[in-house]
Design a protein around this ligand. Structure first.
Ligand code: CA
Length: 522
C-alpha cells in the first residue's frame, strides 16, 4: 500500500475477501486505476464512482455468490457484480444470523496473554475498594417527579457551594423518566431498577449514594437501594424525601438537598489522587455512527488497547448485543469457560426474544448514516464492531445494568443505542469510556471521561476539537494498529489521572442518562 493518501487506495482486510473499501477522502471517480498490489489485483479499474469507505468488487461476483469481507460472508449478491463495481447494500441480501443452538462453547485452553506490569494512574480510592477517575458529587433520584427540583438545586450547588471545594470535579443529577407509572415488579423491571442502584454507586461518585425521593412513587428508595447494596454503613442521612412534612414548601426542599450535598462535598474535597495500578480501571468500549472504516482502523486499534489493559489486569467491557449477535460464533469460541459461552448465548437469546416482541429484528440496525458510511448490513457492522474486543479470552458475561465485579475482558449486555449503552456501562461500574466513530457524534458522559476515536482522518480533521484520537492514519499507512492502540492506552492512563482532558469534557458535552426499561409502563 503506498504511503500517501493521494494515490488511489483501498483496504482489503482478509486474504479471502472479494471486496475492499475505498480509502481516499471524497471517494474515487469511475475509471480510477489502482496500482498493482501483492494480492495480484493487477490494474483494478473502477467501473463507476465509489464513495469513501464504500466497497469495490475485487473479482467478478455472480448472482447468488457470497460477498466476503473479514474473511466472512456478509451477504449474497442479488445480481452479477463485475470487478471494479460498487458493492452497496441495495445489491446484497442479509444472511441469517448464526443459530444459537450449535455454537462452539470455548473453554479450551486459551494461552493467557503475557501479563503487563508497572502501568499506573492517579485515581481516587473509595471506601468500597473501587477507584474513581473523577471526584464527582452525584445526586440520584427515584422518580422523574423530583428531576426539575434536583436540577434546580444542582445549579445552586454549583454556583454557591462547589467553588468552596476545589478538589471536587463536578456535581451531577442522575435524572430519568422512570420510577412511577410503571409495572414495578414485571419481568424486565429489575433492569432499570438495578441500573439506577448501580449508577448511584459508580466509582466516580465516591462509591456512596445520595438520593432524592418524592415519597409516594412506586420505586421507593428502599427498593432502589436496599441496605444490603450500600457499600458502607453510614449514619449520615443520604435521602431527602420531598413530601416529608418538615419541608414547608420548595425553599425548604432545596435547602435540605443543599445541606445533604454540602456534607458530602466536605468528604469528597478531603480526598486526593493516589497512584493506583492500571488494574483498577474499568473501561467501557462502545461505537456510534460507525462506518466501513471502523472495523479496520478505530476498532482494531481500540482492540489492541483493550488487550494491553487486560494484560495490565484491568476490566474491559464490550457491549451492544445487536452489534455482536451476527459474530456470536466467533465470541463463544473465545469464552474462557463453557459457562461463559452459555451466558453469552443466554444474552443473545434474551435479546432475540425482546426484539421479536416488538416485531423488530436485527435489520433495524444499521442506521441510514452507517449505510452512507459504507456499511451494507448488520453482519458487516458486527464483524467490524467486535474488533474492539481485541483478542483476549472472554472472562465473564453480565446482564444489562449489573455491576461488573471481575477483571479481564467482559461482555456487559446492552442495547447498541449510544446513550442506553453508556448509561448501562456506567451502572456496570465503568470509570473510563472509549468510543469509536466514523460518521461522527459529539457524544459525551458526565459521569466518566469519554475518549473519542475517529475511524477516518477526514472526520478527525473536520472535527479536530471533538475527536481525541485519529485512527484513520491506519488506512492511509501513516501509522500501524499497534501505534494507534498504544496511543489510546496511554491516553486512557493520562485521562484517568486527570493529566489530560477529553474534548467532550472540555466543552461539557454530557448526554442525558437513558434507562433501558423492557417492562411495561402503566
Ligand atoms: Ca452504540
Amino acid at each position: 500500500m503506498p504511503n500517501t493518501d493521494q494515490c488511489p487506495l483501498y483496504v482489503k482486510v482478509h486474504p479471502a475477501d472479494n471486496v475492499a473499501i475505498v480509502v481516499n477522502e471524497g471517494g474515487l471517480p469511475a475509471g480510477t486505476r489502482f496500482d498493482s498490489d501483492s494480492d495480484s489485483n493487477d490494474g483494478l479499474t473502477l467501473l463507476e464512482a465509489i464513495p469513501e469507505a464504500h466497497k469495490v468488487a475485487l473479482t467478478d461476483i455472480h448472482s447468488g455468490e457470497s460477498v466476503i469481507r473479514y474473511g466472512v460472508n456478509i451477504g449474497h449478491a442479488e445480481q452479477d457484480i463485475a470487478r471494479g463495481s460498487w458493492v452497496h447494500e441495495g445489491i446484497l441480501t442479509l444472511p441469517e444470523a448464526p443459530a444459537l443452538d450449535n455454537l462452539p462453547l470455548g473453554g479450551e485452553t486459551h494461552p493467557p496473554l503475557q501479563p503487563l506490569a508497572g502501568f499506573t494512574f492517579e485515581g481516587f480510592l473509595n471506601d468500597d475498594g473501587s477507584v474513581g477517575t473523577k471526584n464527582i458529587l452525584g445526586i440520584s433520584t427515584t422518580v422523574q417527579c423530583v428531576a426539575a427540583t434536583v436540577n434546580y438545586a444542582v445549579i445552586k450547588i454549583k454556583a454557591e457551594l462547589l467553588p468552596k471545594y476545589p478538589n471536587v470535579d463536578d456535581v451531577i443529577a442522575i435524572t430519568h423518566a422512570y420510577g412511577c407509572g410503571v409495572a414495578i415488579n414485571a419481568p424486565g423491571s429489575e433492569i432499570p431498577i438495578r441500573t439506577l442502584r448501580n449508577l448511584s454507586l459508580n466509582p466516580n461518585l465516591g462509591g456512596a449514594p445520595l438520593v432524592v425521593s418524592l415519597g409516594c412513587e412506586k420505586l421507593q428508595p428502599a427498593q432502589m437501594l436496599p441496605t444490603s447494596a450500600l457499600p458502607i454503613l453510614t449514619t449520615a442521612p443520604y435521602i431527602v424525601r420531598l413530601q416529608d412534612e418538615e419541608h414547608q414548601g420548595f425553599g425548604d426542599m432545596v435547602t435540605a438537598i443543599m445541606e445533604m450535598a454540602e456534607k458530602r462535598l466536605i468528604q469528597l474535597n478531603a480526598r486526593t489522587r493516589t497512584t493506583r495500578p492500571a488494574s483498577d480501571l474499568i473501561v467501557g468500549l462502545q461505537c456510534g455512527g460507525s462506518d466501513a472504516f471502523s472495523g479496520v482502523t478505530a476498532n482494531p486499534a481500540v482492540g489492541y488497547a483493550a488487550d494491553l489493559l487486560v494484560r495490565a489486569g484491568a476490566t474491559v467491557m464490550f457491549s451492544e448485543v445487536t452489534e455482536v449477535r451476527d459474530a456470536i460464533h466467533l465470541l463463544t469460541a473465545r469464552a474462557e469457560t463453557q459457562q461463559v459461552a452459555n451466558d453469552l448465548i443466554r444474552e443473545m437469546a434474551w435479546y432475540d426474544e425482546y426484539l421479536g416482541r416488538g416485531s423488530a429484528d436485527r435489520s433495524a440496525n444499521p442506521s441510514p448514516g452507517n449505510k452512507r458510511g459504507g456499511l451494507a448490513n448488520i453482519v458487516e457492522k458486527a464483524l467490524g464492531s467486535i474488533a474492539k474486543a481485541g483478542t483476549s479470552p472472554i472472562s465473564g458475561v453480565y446482564g444489562p445494568g449489573e455491576k461488573v465485579k471481575i477483571k479481564g475482558l467482559i461482555f456487559a449486555a446492552t442495547p447498541a443505542s449510544d446513550f442506553v449503552c453508556g448509561t448501562l456501562q456506567l451502572a456496570a461500574s465503568m470509570n473510563m469510556h472509549v468510543f469509536t466513530t466514523g460518521r461522527g457524534t459529539p457524544y459525551g458522559l458526565a459521569m466518566a471521561p469519554v475518549i473519542k476515536v475517529a475511524s477516518r482522518t477526514s472526520l478527525a480533521k473536520r472535527w479536530s476539537d471533538l475527536i481525541d484520537i485519529d485512527a484513520g492514519t491506519i488506512a492511509t499507512g501513516k501509522a500501524t494498529i499497534e501505534e494507534v492502540g498504544e496511543a489510546i492506552f496511554q491516553m486512557i492512563l493520562d485521562v484517568a489521572s486527570g493529566r489530560k482532558q477529553t474534548c467532550a469534557d472540555h466543552y461539557g458535552l454530557h448526554n442525558e442518562f437513558a434507562l433501558f426499561n423492557p417492562a411495561p409502563i402503566t
